[in-house]
Design a binder for this molecule. Structure first.
Ligand code: M6R
Length: 609
C-alpha cells in the first residue's frame, strides 16, 4: 500500500515526482524517496523518513536535475520506517520502487548474498533491485533482466525500475497491485493511480495482471505475463476524478463529511427513478435476484460495516439469506458457497488485497460476482461480473466517511430491487421506500446541523481514554463504525457493541468516566435499547444518546448529552446516523491535535494482506 510514480520527461522531474507523490500520500506516509539519472552523479537518490515535507527539505538542500526518475511514498511492511528502508532501493546499476509484498524475499536474499550481492536495508523490496542487478551483471538487457526477475518473484507487487546509462527508459510491472501508464506530450508517466498523474495527463492505460511495460519518452511497449507484446486501451479520465483539493476546509475529512448530501444525491440519482418511484439498475444483470439462494457480502473495515447494514436490509426487504464476513477471514476459511449464490464485494478503493482475493475465490467457485466500488477503474471493478458504482468522488481522508454513506445508499437501492424481484415488496412498498430515499440528501444536510453541539461534546471526549458505542438492529453497525472512526483518527480506545450484548461482558466497563454513545432512533427496537441504557445509568455510566425527537422524549434516562436527528423512515436511519459519529470522531481528533487525514500507522488503500 505504498504509492509509486515514474516520469520519463523533458525537464527536471524531481519536483514533479514529489508533486505526484503528494497525491499518493494517502497510500502511505512512513517515508518517501526519489531517484533520478543525473549528468554528474548518475543514478542518484534522495530519501527521508516521515512525511513528504522531509523529502522536500532534503531536495531543497541538495536538488536533483535529472530528466527521468522514479518516486515512492511508503507504508512500512518489512523493516522500520527509517531512511535506510525508504525506497527507491538501488545498486550501482538499477533503482526500484515497490508497492506490495515479495513473499519469497528471504530465499532470494539468501541466494543473492551467497553470490556476493550486498544488501543495505531490511526490506523485501531490495531483493528485487539485487536480482535485476545480478541479471544485468550476467549480460542481460534491462528488459530481459526485469522479465527474468519477475518470474522469480512470488507475492503481490507494482514495481518501477530506473537504470544507470539508460536515460530514456523506465520499466514497470504489476501483479496484484494497480498501475497506470500516462501519455503526455513527449513525456511519459506511470503511477499507482490516475490521480497521481492528473497534473500531467488525463490519457492513461491501466495495466492488466501480470503486465510489464517499457516506457520511453515516445510511448510504451506493454508485455503480458508471457512476455508477448500486447495493447492496453488508452482512456481519458474524467476531470472530476481528479478533484482532490481541500477547498476551505481544514481537513479532507471535514470536507468529505460535508459533501455527503451532494454525493449521496448523485449516487441515488444513478439508482433511482424518482419520477416513477422505482429502483433503476443496469438492464441486463448477469444474475436474477429471484433465483438467488444466498448473498455473500465480503469487505474490510468501514466497507464491511456498510455490508453489515446491507445484511439487515436484504434480509428484511428481500428475505434473501445473507452471509457476511471480513475479507481476511472469508478468503482463508474457504466457505462452501451455494450454486445460485451472489458474492457482493464492497470497497471504496477497489484495490483492497483481501477483498480482491475473496472476489477471485468466489469467481473460482462459480459464484456470480458484483462489487460496490468508488474507483470504477480499480482491479475489483474490472474483475467483477457487474459493478454498482458509488459516486462519492475521490475520498482522500484515510477515515472513510462519504464513501460509507454512498455505499449504504447503493445497498439500500439494491435491497429494494431484490425485494421487488423476489416478490417480497409490492410496487406500493417500492414507491414508499424509493420516496424515502429521495428525502435522504435533505435529511443528511439537516444532520450536519448538530455539528456545533457535537464539537462541544468532542472537547470532553478528547479527555477520556475509552468510549463504548451501542446500537441494535441496523444501528449496531453504526455503533461499530463510530468506534472505528474514533479510534483510527483520535487514537482513543473505542468499542462498538450490540446493545443487547452489554450484559454479557462489557457492562463491567461502565464507570463514571467512560462515555457510552447509544445510537437509538425511535424504531421498533427503541424500547429494548432504552432498557440497556437504564442498565448503564444504574451503574453511574455517562450516556450520549443519538436519537430523534420522539426518542429524546421517550428515553426516560438521564444523559450527558442528547443529539437529536430529524425524524425519518427506519430505512434511512443508519445512513443519517452515521454523520454524528463521524463528526464526533473528527472533532475529538482535532481537539487532540492528531493528524486527522493521515493518522499514524494507517493507509487509505490496503493493497497488502
Ligand atoms: O478501500 P476499501 O473500502 O476496500 O477499504 C477498506 C478499509 O481499509 C477501510 O474502510 C478502512 O477501514 C478505513 N480506514 C476506515 O475508515
Amino acid at each position: 500500500m505504498c504509492g509509486i510514480i515514474g516520469i520519463v520527461g523533458r525537464e527536471p522531474v524531481a519536483g514533479h515526482l514529489v508533486d505526484a507523490l503528494k497525491r499518493l500520500e494517502y497510500r502511505g506516509y512512513d517515508s518517501a524517496g526519489v531517484a533520478t539519472l543525473e549528468a554528474e552523479t548518475g543514478l542518484t537518490r534522495r530519501r527521508a523518513e516521515g512525511k513528504l515535507r522531509n523529502l522536500e527539505i532534503k531536495l531543497a538542500a541538495a536538488p536533483l536535475s535529472g530528466l527521468i526518475g522514479i518516486g515512492h511514498t511508503r507504508w512500512a511492511t518489512h523493516g522500520a520506517p527509517t531512511e535506510a528502508n525508504a525506497h527507491p532501493h538501488a545498486t550501482s546499476r538499477v533503482a526500484v520502487v515497490h508497492n506490495g509484498i515479495i513473499e519469497n524475499f528471504r530465499e532470494l536474499r539468501a541466494e543473492l548474498e551467497a553470490k556476493g550481492q550486498h544488501f543495505a536495508s531490511e526490506t523485501d523490496t531490495e531483493v528485487v533491485a539485487q536480482l535485476v542487478d545480478w541479471y544485468l551483471q550476467q549480460g542481460e538487457t534491462p528488459a530481459t533482466a526485469v522479465a527474468t526477475t519477475l518470474k522469480r518473484l512470488t507475492g503481490a507487487f507494482a514495481l518501477a525500475f530506473l537504470f544507470t546509462d539508460h536515460d530514456d527508459l523506465v520499466i514497470d510491472a504489476r501483479r496484484g497491485s494497480p498501475l497506470a501508464v500516462g501519455w503526455g506530450d513527449g513525456e511519459m508517466y506511470l503511477g499507482s493511480d490516475a490521480i497521481a498523474l492528473a497534473p500531467f495527463t488525463d490519457r492513461v492505460a491501466y495495466l492488466e495482471e501480470g503486465d510489464w511495460v517499457e516506457i520511453t519518452r515516445t510511448g510504451a511497449t506493454v508485455h503480458d505475463e508471457t512476455d508477448a507484446v500486447v495493447e492496453r486501451p488508452i482512456v481519458t479520465v474524467s476531470a472530476t476524478a481528479f478533484q482532490v483539493d481541500r477547498g476551505n476546509y481544514r481537513h479532507f475529512m471535514a470536507k468529505e463529511i460535508h459533501e455527503q448530501p451532494e454525493v449521496i444525491g448523485h449516487t441515488l440519482a444513478r439508482y433511482l427513478d424518482l419520477s416513477a418511484s422505482t429502483v433503476r439498475l443496469p438492464p441486463a444483470l448477469p444474475f436474477d435476484w429471484a433465483k438467488l439462494d444466498r448473498l455473500s457480502i465480503v469487505a474490510c473495515g468501514t466497507a464491511y460495516y456498510a455490508g453489515l447494514v446491507g445484511k439487515y436490509w436484504f434480509e428484511r426487504y428481500a428475505r434473501l439469506p445473507v452471509e457476511i464476513d471480513v475479507a481476511s477471514e472469508f478468503r482463508y476459511r474457504e466457505p462452501p458457497l451455494p450454486k445460485n449464490g451472489l458474492a457482493l464485494f464492497v470497497s471504496q478503493s477497489g484495490e483492497t488485497a483481501d477483498t480482491l482475493a475473496s472476489l477471485r475465490f468466489c469467481k473460482a467457485q462459480g459464484q456470480h460476482t458484483a462489487a460496490i466500488v468508488n474507483v470504477t477503474t480499480s482491479t475489483i471493478a474490472r474483475e467483477s461480473d457487474v459493478i454498482f458504482p458509488t459516486l462519492a468522488g475521490p475520498e482522500i481522508g484515510v477515515a472513510s466517511t462519504k464513501a460509507f454513506t454512498c455505499q449504504l445508499s447503493v445497498l439500500a437501492s439494491l435491497a429494494i430491487a431484490a425485494g421487488r424481484a423476489r416478490g417480497v415488496l409490492s410496487a406500493e412498498d417500492e414507491k414508499r421506500l424509493v420516496g424515502a430515499l429521495g428525502e435522504l440528501p435533505g435529511l443528511v444536510l439537516r444532520a450536519l446541523r448538530v455539528e456545533p453541539k457535537i464539537e462541544r461534546l468532542a472537547r470532553e471526549t478528547a479527555k477520556v481514554a475509552d468510549v463504548l458505542y451501542l446500537g441494535r438492529g441496523s444501528s449496531y453497525p453504526i455503533a461499530l463504525e463510530g468506534a472505528l472512526k474514533l479510534k483510527e483518527i483520535s487514537y482513543i480506545h473505542a468499542e462498538g457493541y450490540a446493545a443487547g450484548e452489554l450484559k454479557h461482558g462489557p457492562i463491567a466497563l461502565i464507570d463514571e468516566v467512560m462515555p457510552v454513545v447509544v445510537i437509538a432512533p425511535h424504531d421498533p427496537l427503541f424500547e429494548k435499547t432504552v432498557s440497556n441504557m437504564q442498565e448503564v445509568a444504574a451503574r453511574g455510566g455517562r450516556i450520549v444518546l443519538v436519537t430523534d425527537e420522539k426518542g429524546a422524549g421517550a428515553a426516560s434516562v438521564a444523559t450527558l448529552e442528547t443529539i437529536v436527528m430529524p425524524d425519518m423512515p427506519d430505512l434511512l436511519a443508519p445512513i443519517v446516523y452515521a454523520l454524528p459519529v463521524q463528526m464526533l470522531a473528527y472533532h475529538t481528533a482535532v481537539f487532540m491535535g492528531t493528524d486527522v487525514d493521515q493518522p499514524r500507522n494507517l493507509a487509505k488503500s490496503v493493497t497488502v494482506e
